[in-house]
Design a protein around this ligand. Structure first.
Ligand code: UD1
Length: 421
């Protein structure tokens, strides 16, 4: 297994932000809704994208991925009639569960493995199943698989709110089934994330009739067939936020290229409170870290709130702020695996339930640490860059699932980071 050796660094220069993984994955699933070719540009070359590509191939598509261009063609004939998405692939990536909606709508039959839990906590799929059943899909769960029949899909009014608010992938799943369901569907408490808006743009280009994506209420009028699409994936707001946190943590000034300022409002606000500044111009963003970081209280919330996917990275910055900060994790109350590792680096963080109380210190010290999940890995890299001495990060394969060429991009900014195979 690869590991990273990271040393105290200061960053400068410009980094180019990749296309969004979380936007690209549901778009890839949407290709199951048509017999025509779908072409996506600016697709990040990541493990998760390749896993989704393999699932589409198992389902009968031909997938070609070269130089950020992903082409998904119909295989010889229709989708494999079994509509089988196997556990070996689904278990490595939860987003593959959003093949269920399109398979039910287009293939009529689906057999999709239930994703398991993961390091960031319990992650149920009850909202996905509720929404699809309310669209009149028949779904049975047996031996770890969802067996679905979508031959009688019809529009419905569906409330998709759960105990932690809206669900991004449940909204994507239900939306993709509804575009081919008979009649009108209204999704209430839909997720408002930019990734849902981007998916809706793709579906509209394919001929779907829908309105309201990006708001909590999406209205869909089912159509009979959908055509192919050519579409560019939007920039990755979480990757952008990660580089912003890296600049703050290392007290550096850097420039991001290829960002959408409108996706980063909550982050901009937090950075301002911490004493830093983000200056946006066209698709560029200049990040300026203050000499002394100020503490801030952060609550993670569904969009447009502060993203849970940036909680770990900003926790690192707050360990270096002058004063006490409070993090409240409202999406995944157990997403604190990085806390113990950061404390090994001399951070002072106390976790109780969904809260982390961070007592800022002057510095962190390098140590051997273990990456537990994708965003926690990114946080440990930032901690390593900010810490005195050398940090060794084990199990960095997590980071390859979601950050394109992370060490190459960081090195270009002047970071001292090496991968040991
Ligand atoms: C997506 C993102 C992930 C991000 C998360 C929250 C992708 C590929 N992944 O995951 O990076 O961390 O949004 O912004 O886009 N829930 C239920 N029942 C369900 C589904 C979800 O209770 O059926 C709960 C979850 O446990 C969690 C909350 O709802 O507490 C939000 O999760 P959700 O938005 O569904 O996350 P994902 O879409 O899986």
């Amino acid at each position: 297994m690869d590991k990273f050796i990271v040393q105290n660094s200061s960053l400068r220069g410009t980094v180019s932000i990749s296309g969004s993984k979380n936007a690209a994955l549901p778009m890839m699933a949407a290709s199951l809704l048509t017999d025509k070719t779908c072409e996506f540009h600016r697709v990040p070359d990541l493990m998760d994208i390749r896993t989704m590509g393999r699932i589409l191939e198992v389902l009968g598509k031909k997938v070609e991925f070269r130089a950020k261009k992903l082409v998904i063609r119909p295989g010889s004939g229709a989708l494999r009639s079994s509509g089988l998405a196997p556990y070996q692939l689904v278990r490595t990536m939860r987003a593959s569960f959003c093949c269920l909606g399109p398979l039910l709508a287009k293939n009529k039959k689906a057999k999709v493995a239930l994703p398991g839990g993961c390091a960031i906590g319990v992650r149920p799929v009850d909202l996905h199943l509720k929404g699809l059943r309310e669209l009149n899909a028949r779904i049975e769960v047996q031996k770890g698989y969802c067996f679905g029949d979508g031959s009688q899909l019809k529009g419905a009014r569906i409330y998709l709110g759960g105990p932690f608010g809206s669900s991004v992938l449940a909204t994507a799943n239900v939306l993709m089934a509804a575009v081919l369901a008979r009649g009108r569907t209204v999704i209430e408490y839909a997720a408002c994330e930019p990734e849902i808006k981007a998916l809706a743009e793709v579906l509209k280009k394919m001929g779907a009739r829908l309105e309201g994506a990006g708001t909590p209420r999406i209205e869909i009028e089912g159509v009979r067939t959908l055509c192919g699409v050519v579409h560019e994936v939007p920039p990755d707001r979480i990757e952008a936020g990660t580089f912003i946190a890296a600049a703050l943590g290392t007290k550096s000034s850097i420039e991001l290229q290829g960002v959408d300022a409108s996706h980063l409002t909550s982050v901009t606000e937090v950075v301002k409170t911490m004493g830093g500044a983000l200056q946006f111009r066209d698709d560029r963003c200049r990040v300026r870290a203050p000499r002394t970081l100020r503490p801030v209280n952060i609550t993670t919330l569904p969009y447009p709130g502060f993203p849970t996917d940036l909680q770990a990275q900003f926790t690192v910055c707050l360990t270096l702020a002058k004063g006490i900060s409070l993090i409240t994790e409202k999406i995944y109350p157990d997403r604190f695996m990085h806390v113990q590792e950061l404390n090994r680096m001399d951070a002072k963080i106390q976790r109780t339930g969904p809260y982390a109380i961070i007592e800022g210190r002057r510095r962190l010290y390098g140590a051997e640490v273990m990456a537990s999940d994708l965003r926690a890995s990114a946080a440990l890299v930032i901690a390593g860059l900010a810490a005195e001495g050398t940090t060794e990060i084990l199990r960095v394969y997590h980071i390859d699932r979601g950050y394109e060429h992370i060490e190459r991009k960081l090195r270009k900014l002047g970071a001292k980071i090496r991968r040991i195979k």
